[in-house]
Design a protein around this ligand. Structure first.
Ligand code: AMP
Length: 403
């Protein structure tokens, strides 16, 4: 079975084609600058990367070029698009209704369009990507896999904000979380590593990337996660401020003369690691600055580590204990300096940090970074959201044909 996984952004469309018999990626790439001048497709297969320049006015044209490329006699990997059994789409927001992956039909498209206010940056491109696939290859089933779905098991006392209930009833103001596909994927691996069934353990999963979130998983179900109605809540991120007193917004409007939209943009795009270091949102740059002893980078890492520790502590309290913790995503997998800052201060949990192991995990590998006698094991686990989406897509398609 072959599954194409699509991740559509506003001006880009990333894809991976999986052979699900082996779970291997047989081709992948990215259509970039969709709807802008100078659009192109970067395609990689059989170890060769090819750049194809072509005007891509919309997502449907991008999908058409991707399918042409996948079936190209020279750089393609399949003979006919009929070989693709299903297309799995990463969808950032499923609202309250979509708590599981589902097969796309017109109602799903209409519902996704209705979520634009909750996910203004993602709902439109996500939907455009799906519609593009339906237009270009109507015979292939499309499956939506929602980033919010895994968090739909949060209890009301965790997902509600302390604002008038009317805003929840009328406008669906509540916490939804994000990165759910990744938290579930690494949570399942973590349970395997500690030799416990996923549905019978307490886990804290730390997805630390450009966007970051921490999730508390009890018996295979999310009971709390640090992102909120939007991805702005929670940890300090690449350019997002994370938790903040809501009154800061009004205060900054008054002081700067900016309107609420401008301040919201600053909190989303110019804050976090970028705002603190005043140089970069990229952890690679920040680690270089840190190694040179530059104070803003030291402060940024300390602030991030401190907030991660606070979330871990609060989730251990929410779970009433924890069996294991893991770090994943771009920063979680690749920044031992940060992991060290977090883990050398978890003595109250009986976490015994293994410094050598922490600094010697090869990139892309999983590994234990606590000692064998640590009360709580902590792992680095590489996430693979595309593979998780491909697996969910296979499940949905097989269920449909079994009916
Ligand atoms: P993600 O959003 O999961 O792709 O993560 C992006 C973040 O991971 C950026 O801040 C990158 O700088 C960081 N990152 C990726 N590779 C490395 C690396 N080798 N060392 C440190 N940070 C990395």
């Amino acid at each position: 079975m072959k599954v194409l996984v699509v991740n559509a952004g506003s001006s880009s469309l990333k894809y991976q084609l999986f052979d699900m018999d082996t779970e291997e990626v047989i081709a992948k790439g990215n259509a970039e600058r969709i709807g802008l001048d100078g659009s192109f497709l970067k395609h990689k297969a059989n170890g060769v990367e090819t750049i194809l320049k072509k005007e891509l006015p919309n997502h449907a044209e991008a999908i058409a070029l991707i399918l042409e490329t996948l079936t190209d006699a020279q750089i393609g990997v399949i003979k006919d698009i009929k070989e693709i059994d299903a297309i799995g789409h990463r969808v950032v927001h499923g609202g309250e209704h979509y708590t599981e992956p589902c097969l796309v039909n017109q109602k799903v498209i209409d519902d996704l369009r209705g979520l634009v206010d909750l996910a203004p940056l993602h709902a439109v491109p996500n939907t455009d990507g799906i519609i593009g696939c339906m237009q270009v290859a109507p015979q292939i089933p499309n499956v939506t896999v929602f980033d919010t779905a895994f968090h739909s098991t949060m209890p009301d006392y965790a997902y509600l904000y302390g604002v008038p209930m009317q805003y929840y009833r009328d406008y669906a103001v509540r916490r939804y979380g994000a990165h759910g596909t990744s938290h579930k994927f690494v949570g399942q691996k973590l349970a395997e590593y500690i030799g416990m069934p996923f549905d019978k353990c307490k886990l804290v999963t730390c997805h630390i990337g450009n966007g970051s979130s921490i999730t508390a998983i009890n018996n295979g179900k999310c009971i709390d996660t640090s992102m909120g109605m939007t991805p702005l809540e929670g940890l300090i991120m690449g350019t997002r401020c994370g938790d903040i007193d809501a009154n800061v917004i009004q205060y900054l409007c008054k002081k700067t003369g900016y309107d609420v939209n401008k301040i919201t943009q600053i909190l989303n795009k110019e804050s976090g690691l970028l705002g603190i270091t005043e140089k970069s949102s990229d952890m690679r740059d920040i680690c270089e600055m840190y190694a040179r002893g530059e104070k803003p980078a030291v402060l940024a890492l300390e602030m991030l580590a401190y907030r991660i520790r606070k979330y871990i502590g609060s989730y251990v309290a929410a779970l009433d204990g924890v069996d294991a913790i893991c770090f994943t995503a771009g920063i979680g997998e690749n920044t031992p300096e940060l992991r060290e800052m977090v883990l050398t201060n978890l003595n109250y949990l009986g976490v015994k940090f293994d410094k050598d192991a922490n600094y010697s995990i090869p990139r892309g590998d999983d590994g234990l970074i606590t000692t064998k006698d640590s009360a709580i094991p902590v792992y680095v686990i590489s996430t693979n959201e595309e593979l998780a989406i491909a697996r969910e897509t296979v499940d949905v398609v097989l269920r449909k044909f079994q009916k």
